[in-house]
Design a binder for this molecule. Structure first.
Ligand code: FE
Length: 194
């Protein structure tokens, strides 16, 4: 059975506890529950009825990646934030400077993607091309690139900021950038041997 990963911090600058807890305890926990449900149903669903217009099997497979990425992306998002933020440093800073020219150039593109997208922005490391890329995803299971490690994740769905900022996504992105845990990102580079 899948488990809801705990929310490590509820005190972040510019993001209220209510905003964080509802996002974590209701929305993220909902994806954990649903991927568990989908995985269970897939064990018994009738594959002989598979059909591209509608079939129970097809719909379960379609929503399987939506729910699973909903879990993965939210876990990464909550884990790459910490109180008092941190300066970008270490291996991730070296890679950002190598692949984007400077930290500032990377941040400018990441923030712009945050205003242009509808779901997520992910700084990923492409294992084939061996380079970083900012990826704009309009939904959990749209826009991702194969063979890429998701290193740094920003949720830009309205549910991530509407309680605190209404329609002002830019103010939310400013707050998000005050709470970055670059140590966690450097830990992922080690974990994936990048
Ligand atoms: Fe979210």
């Amino acid at each position: 059975m899948r488990e809801v990963k705990p929310l490590h911090y509820t005190q972040l600058e510019g993001l209220s506890e209510k905003q964080l807890k509802e996002h974590h305890d209701v929305l993220y926990a909902g994806y954990v529950k649903k991927i568990g449900e989908i995985e269970e149903k897939l064990k018994t669903t009738d594959m002989s009825a598979a059909n591209a217009t509608y079939s129970e099997f097809g719909e379960l497979k379609r929503e399987e990646t939506f729910a699973l990425n909903g879990v993965k992306l939210h876990e990464g998002y909550f884990d790459n934030m910490q109180p008092n933020g941190s300066e970008c440093s270490g291996k991730i800073k070296e890679l950002i400077e190598r692949d984007f020219g400077s930290y500032e150039t990377w941040e400018k593109e990441f923030r712009a993607a945050g205003l242009a997208g509808r779901g997520w922005v992910v700084l990923g490391y492409d294992l084939d091309e061996q380079q970083l890329r900012n990826v704009l995803c309009d939904a959990h299971n749209h826009g991702g690139v194969w063979n890429m490690a998701a290193l740094f994740i920003m949720d830009i769905y309205e549910h991530a900021y509407f309680l605190d900022y209404g329609t002002s996504r830019k103010a939310y992105i400013d707050a998000f950038f005050k709470n970055i845990n670059w140590g966690y990102v450097n830990g992922l580079l080690k974990k994936y041997n990048i």
